[in-house]
Design a binder for this molecule. Structure first.
Ligand SMILES: [Zn+2]
Length: 437
């Protein structure tokens, strides 16, 4: 009960941001959005409510909202014009079909940002979207977690019914054999899909299960709605993935377009919470961390100790990542100075030089943690070079052993009183730039 109340409070805070609100509306109606967000956020709630939107999905949602705004502003979607629609009277595509397919494309976008093949689906009953889903077999460790199945499950829960008669399923890619089966089991009346799938499509491309007379239930199916857009999304995804696979390890080239959009979304989120815009800049060559205001004026300058192995982004390298980051979570705000942390939780110990002498091999994480997430996909975010999954922190280190020199295993170490001062000055999502020079 208490947990639910906390989630609601968090959710209210989340929806108070315009960007995120847009992202949530893009996913769902509020009820369904809570359901969908619950799994993302529930494990990430911070007891004093100071950690907001720290889950990577939240960052992705903000990115998605920002991307959608850019797309809307540039108006570059290839759309079915009214003229083209009227040319195909046998297969009329209604404005509702276009609108609902757009909602399915938004779901596909969620799959893309999660690193999954971008396929999305929505289920519509009486003109209303009652279920949403996107492809997530990898992240869910579930071979059946195709967009259509996820949307059917969501709708079933929403309708408290395992059958969905009279409904229409919109999906960006032609359904596979499994999904056609699930669609028939659910008694879906009509299936509208975007791009054809020549390899596994079971609605006409490889096989047409909906036209199979020996099966006792049939759904009407129609393909080609916003097909170009749905298909382009998939082609882009696979081209990107091929390009990434080609680069062994991590790219030295930055995906320049990604980070400004994300950082812009983060900046807007920050100011919409009434928080002061701040930045952190870390110089690996100078072993200095600077806190800057939004006019680039240096407010504070602290000595730091970064990786003994120098700069680098690859997992397992024990190097300090470069590039644009954000503070994805603030941990330990209620802990005393020199509190000891293990796996981001306070152990209850307070570090003293005597304790240090008894465990000389231990890599001490003290006082506070600012957990960083990369903001440059392919360079320091996702894949084999993900700062967040490498658990790169700005953290306190035993004061008596501190040297302003590269000594760490990858993290940015600071003196404890310095760190506490910095911690109190920066809100979540503060941009952090780490430069080699
Ligand atoms: Zn499928």
């Amino acid at each position: 009960m208490q947990k639910a109340a906390k989630m609601d409070r968090q959710f209210n805070l989340i929806t108070s941001s315009q960007d995120t609100c847009q992202a949530i509306m893009a996913i769902s109606k509020p009820d369904a959005a809570v359901l969908q967000l619950k799994q993302y956020w529930l494990d990430d709630l911070h007891k004093n409510g100071t950690v907001l939107l720290t889950h990577p999905y939240a960052i992705d949602l903000a990115l998605l909202a920002a991307n959608q705004r850019v797309a809307r502003n540039s108006r570059q979607h290839p759309e079915f014009s009214p003229l083209e629609q009227s040319k195909t009277p046998m297969n009329p595509i209604s404005d509702d079909d276009i609108r609902h397919m757009r909602a399915a494309i938004e779901q596909a976008e969620l799959a893309r940002v999660a690193g999954e093949v971008p396929v999305g689906a929505v289920l519509v009953m009486d003109g209303e979207i009652v279920g949403r889903g996107y492809n997530q077999p990898i992240s869910a460790n579930d071979p059946t977690a195709h967009a259509e199945v996820m949307a059917l499950r969501d709708a079933g829960l929403h309708q408290t019914n395992y059958r969905l008669p009279g409904s229409t399923l919109y999906v960006t890619l032609e359904p596979c054999v499994m999904c056609c089966g699930a669609i028939m089991h659910a008694r879906v009346e009509r299936v509208v899909f975007g791009a054809r799938d020549p390899k596994t499509g079971a609605a006409g491309s490889v096989i047409d299960l909906f036209a199979e007379a020996r099966l006792n239930h049939h759904a009407e199916s129609m393909g080609g709605v916003l097909a170009e857009e749905c298909g382009a999304m998939l082609s882009r995804f696979f081209a990107d993935r091929r390009a990434k696979a080609k680069l062994a390890g991590c790219s030295e080239e930055r995906t320049a377009s990604s980070s400004p959009v994300l950082l812009d979304a983060v900046r807007k989120l920050t100011t919409s919470y009434g928080l002061r815009a701040m930045k952190i800049r870390i110089s690996l060559a100078k072993q200095i961390l600077e806190l800057l205001d939004d006019n680039d004026a240096v407010l504070r300058r602290y000595p730091v100790s970064t990786a003994a192995n120098g700069p680098g982004e690859t997992t397992g390298s024990f190097q300090t990542p470069r590039g644009q980051h954000i503070v994805r979570a603030k941990i330990g705000g209620d802990q005393p100075l020199n509190a000891v942390f293990k796996a981001r939780r306070a152990t209850g110990e307070i570090y003293t030089p005597e304790l240090g002498e008894t465990q000389p091999e231990r890599d001490w994480i003290l006082s506070r943690i600012l957990w960083l997430s990369g903001a440059e996909p392919g360079f320091n975010r996702l894949g084999n070079c993900d700062t967040m999954r490498r658990y790169i922190y700005i953290h306190g280190t035993p004061d008596e052993g501190f040297e302003q020199a590269p000594r760490s295993h990858g993290c940015i170490r600071m003196r404890n009183t310095d760190l506490v001062e910095l911690f109190d000055a920066v809100p979540p999502y503060t941009p952090v730039e780490i430069v080699a020079a």
